[in-house]
Structures are given as structure tokens and as C-alpha cells.
Design a protein around this ligand. Structure first.
Ligand SMILES: Nc1ncnc2c1ncn2[C@@H]1O[C@H](COP(=O)(O)OP(=O)(O)OP(=O)(O)O)[C@@H](O)[C@H]1O
Ligand SMILES: [Mg+2]
Length: 466
């Protein structure tokens, strides 16, 4: 009888339930979910097991997640309605019963049973969608549809500001308001932009990205707005990116590099919702969601007259800032683990972990290239080193200074008397600090005669820092 109920069997059975079952541990990390949850929430098992529930469900919070609430209060919740947005941007409403899992009175996690009540709504919406599809403009340029690959689940990070940022971005994806993203190079701006598009109602339409720094000014203008034949020498009849992205998202990267005259034209598009091809007198209405990114601080860019103020305010209806990696070092271990897994698979290596010393070096480093730099470092090590564990000695040259600093005292051999003096100095100094520079008390504390102490303070030139 016992055999029939061993764990694997139970988990197998849970997959046939129509209700969703989800289990988290005491830290809020997802331990298990059954097929229903997987299908409903569009979860990728490999990417979500072991991650914090709020990281995977950025539209939920400590207050609205029934699982978290149960874990914090230790009290079950019955039939509570919960609404969230999954990574595909669908709003899901479920009715949940959540129960804490306890062991010897201590809370070890929580389990939740949820029933989807979005289905009826979804079906009716589907009928409307199908009708719309029937009457859709057949000439839509679907052939060269540009793809946005990433979704929010690809953004790794448990740092609280990253979780907040993801929640904000997910909310932003439900609107068509312009979004401006600021972040240093390699912080994941492109990742975030694509995720927003893929969670938005425009996900089945074009996602077009253009780097404003990549082209000379006049070419960029033609590319964005399109041209008409004879408009200027050699020009052809060609739609611009605004027209091609119609119905979808246009991502303008490095907006701070766009020439100011072109920025004035952009402003007009945002105000009127229409564009005019170069050399044409006709205006064309466009429905494009505009996302821009800058890797210089917006305030600075305006001060230095790289971005027009009026354009900035139009573009930054929603303003998202991705913090640099050095300001979220708590994300470094998770990212390292993620990239180790990623490149183990790609390079067919079997690195297991990183040593604490190497991780310490990472924590001290300033990461000018941010997450991209970290990814390249891990990729590089896995490509050339044959090791199980990434250690300090495997780190590339940019880390040398940080390694030397932390080991110089350990490894430099000095004459014994010098080392003893150094140690003596340190002990006296900390004794003095502890007693507020009271000589008698310090002498008692470190067990030396008062005169000796006074002599040594003089000898080492110790002085109280005010
Ligand atoms: N939070 C993250 N989780 C996983 N991968 C990330 C994350 N942030 C960045 N990356 C990875 O780092 C690399 C750089 O990211 P991305 O291209 O989005 O940066 P960026 O901010 O657009 O940089 P740039 O300003 O140089 O264009 C990519 O390979 C991306 O997959
Ligand atoms: Mg980029």
C-alpha cells in the first residue's frame, strides 16, 4: 500500500488534475508546480523551479500573493481570488486555497490549490479575436516580421530593485505609452525592451529596433520616416521604420545620439501620431509604440543638450532605470549560476560552482560592462579552463588587482620581528579605541604594565583620531 504512494506517483497524479498545485519553500522559492499551473501561467519548468515566487510572478507582491501571505501568517486562506499577469501578458484570475506546510510547528513552506476562472472570459474573447482576424487588413507586412526573442522570464535577478523594475515593466507592457529606459551598457536594456513587447498586446506585430548611433543623420532620417522617389537624389519609394512598425513596437536605442533636428521631427510624430516621408507632402497615420533607451543619464543628456527636453518628457511617460550590476551585487551569485548552466550546455563542459574567494572578487569589482561583462567572463573561463570549480586563479586579467589586494598580506613573507611589531601595534590600537584612549584601562585589558604601554604608544606614534 505504501509503495503505491511514493512521491513520484503522487506528482504524476497531480499532473492530471484540472486544478493547479504549487508548492514553495520557506524562502519563497518555487519547489513544485503541476501541469495545470505550467500551462496556465506559461511557465518554463527549467527556468522557474528554484526561483523566488515574486521573481517569477512580478505582477504579484508580498501583499497580493496568497502563497506568501500564508507563509508569513502561518494561517490557511480558503477560496481567495487572486489576479496576476503572466509572462505572455495575459491577465489570469484564479480562486486559491493556500495552506502552510509545517514541521514540528515550524513553517517549512506553503502549498496552493488554484482553480482558473479566466476560462469563460477567455473563450468569449477568443471569438471576438477570431472575428477580428477574419476582417484584418490582409496587406500587413508580415513576411519580414522582426522577432523579439526575450520575455520577462529571461531576466535573471532577485535583487529587490530588479523585482520592482520587472513589475513596473510588466505594467507598462499593458499600455501603449512611450517608455524610456536608462541603464549603463550591458545592464539588459535590450532584454527589457523585448520583454515588454512580448508581454504587450502588440506581441504578434513587428518589433523593430534601430540604433540611432549606428547611422549618419540624413540616412537615419530616411530610414525612420521613409522616402519617396525623387525626393532627393537617388531616393526610392520606401516606407520608413515608423510605417513598418505600424501596430507594433519601435525601439530606438541610444536616443541620445539622435541629431537634434531629427529629434524635433520625432516630437511631431509623438504629438500627431502621423509621419511624412522624406520629400513627400502626404502624411500617414501610424500606430506605433515607441520605446527608447539611453546609456547616459537623462538629466545629464539634457544638460549637455544631447536630448531635447520637450522630446524627453514625451518619451519618458514611463521611465525605467536599470541599476548597474555593482549596485545589485546580491544578483551576482544567481547570474553566475545561470551563466554557468547556460555555457555548460553550449560548450559541453561540467563546471559545478564558483569558489567563495572568486565570488568575493566579483563582489568587489566595479563591472563597467555590467551583466554582459559577467556573461563574457563566465563564457571565457568555461571555454579555456578545465575545472570543476571556478577559482580566483581562473579569473581573467581585469580582476588581477582585486585578487592581489586580498592576498598580499597572506602571502608576503616578512621578517618575524617586523610582523610581531605590526601585530603588537594593531592590538594596542584596538585596545585604545575600545577604552576611549584610557591608558590605565587599556593596560589592564591587554595585560601589560602601564609604563610599557606608554612607551609603545610613543614608539609606534599612535594617535587618537578625532
Ligand atoms: N538580468 C539579466 N539576466 C540574464 N541575462 C542578462 C541580464 N541582463 C543582461 N543580460 C545579458 O547580457 C547581455 C547584454 O544585455 P543587453 O544587450 O540587453 O544590454 P544593453 O543594456 O542593451 O547593453 P548596451 O547598452 O551595450 O546595448 C545579453 O547577452 C543579455 O542576455
Ligand atoms: Mg542594447
Amino acid at each position: 500500500m505504501k509503495d503505491i504512494f511514493f512521491r513520484e506517483n503522487i506528482f504524476e497524479i497531480l499532473n492530471y488534475l484540472e486544478e493547479g498545485i504549487q508548492i514553495i519553500d520557506e524562502k519563497g522559492k518555487i519547489l513544485y508546480f503541476n501541469k495545470s499551473v505550467q500551462n496556465l501561467d506559461e511557465l518554463d519548468r527549467d527556468k522557474t523551479i528554484g526561483r523566488h515566487i515574486l521573481e517569477v510572478y512580478p505582477s504579484l507582491s508580498y501583499d497580493t500573493s496568497t502563497l506568501i501571505r500564508v507563509m508569513e501568517t502561518g494561517k490557511p486562506i480558503y477560496n481567495a481570488e487572486q489576479s496576476f499577469v503572466n509572462y505572455k501578458g495575459d491577465r489570469i484570475t484564479t480562486v486559491n486555497t493556500s495552506i502552510p506546510i509545517k514541521e514540528k510547528g515550524r513553517i517549512k513552506g506553503a502549498i496552493e490549490i488554484s482553480t482558473d476562472i479566466t476560462n469563460v472570459k477567455k473563450l468569449s474573447e477568443k471569438i471576438v479575436d477570431l472575428q477580428k482576424e477574419l476582417y484584418k487588413d490582409k496587406e500587413k507586412p508580415r513576411k519580414n516580421k522582426e522577432k523579439a526573442r526575450y520575455t520577462f522570464v529571461d531576466i535573471i535577478g532577485q535583487n529587490s530593485s530588479m523585482i520592482k523594475l520587472k513589475a513596473m515593466a510588466l505594467r507598462a507592457s499593458r499600455t501603449s505609452s512611450p517608455v524610456l529606459i536608462y541603464g549603463e551598457t550591458g545592464t539588459g536594456k535590450e532584454l527589457l525592451v523585448q520583454s515588454i513587447h512580448n508581454a504587450s498586446g502588440r506581441k504578434n506585430d513587428h518589433f523593430i529596433a534601430q540604433n540611432c548611433a549606428a547611422l549618419p543623420a540624413n540616412l537615419l532620417e530616411g530610414i525612420l520616416f521613409g522616402t519617396v522617389k525623387g525626393g532627393f537624389t537617388g531616393a526610392e519609394d520606401r516606407p520608413g521604420l515608423f510605417e513598418l512598425a505600424n501596430g507594433g513596437t519601435l525601439f530606438l536605442d541610444e536616443i541620445n545620439s539622435m541629431p537634434l533636428e531629427l529629434q524635433a521631427k520625432m516630437l511631431r510624430v509623438l504629438q500627431d501620431g502621423s509621419i511624412r516621408r522624406l520629400g513627400s507632402t502626404k502624411t500617414v497615420d501610424v500606430d506605433v509604440r515607441i520605446i527608447t533607451a539611453t546609456n547616459t543619464e537623462p538629466d545629464k543628456a539634457m544638460e549637455e543638450k544631447l536630448i531635447r527636453k520637450d522630446l524627453f518628457y514625451r518619451l519618458s511617460v514611463i521611465n525605467l532605470e536599470i541599476p548597474p550590476l555593482r549596485e545589485r551585487i546580491d544578483d551576482i551569485p544567481v547570474l553566475v549560476e545561470y551563466f554557468i548552466d547556460k555555457y555548460n550546455e553550449k560548450l559541453n563542459t561540467s563546471v559545478k560552482d564558483i569558489s567563495n574567494e572568486a565570488l568575493n572578487v566579483f563582489n568587489k569589482y566595479s563591472w563597467p560592462g555590467n551583466v554582459r561583462e559577467l556573461e563574457h567572463v563566465i563564457q571565457g573561463i568555461l571555454s579555456i579552463e578545465e575545472t570543476d570549480i571556478i577559482k580566483e586563479k581562473h579569473l581573467p586579467s581585469q580582476f588581477v588587482d582585486f585578487i592581489e589586494k586580498s592576498t598580499v598580506n597572506k602571502e608576503e613573507i616578512q621578517p618575524l620581528n617586523k610582523a610581531v611589531e605590526e601585530l603588537e601595534k594593531q592590538i594596542i590600537f584596538s585596545g585604545l579605541n575600545k577604552t576611549n584612549w584610557n591608558i590605565t584601562k587599556t593596560a589592564e585589558l591587554i595585560l601589560v604594565p602601564r609604563q610599557t604601554l606608554q612607551y609603545k604608544i610613543k614608539k609606534y606614534g599612535l594617535k587618537e583620531k578625532k
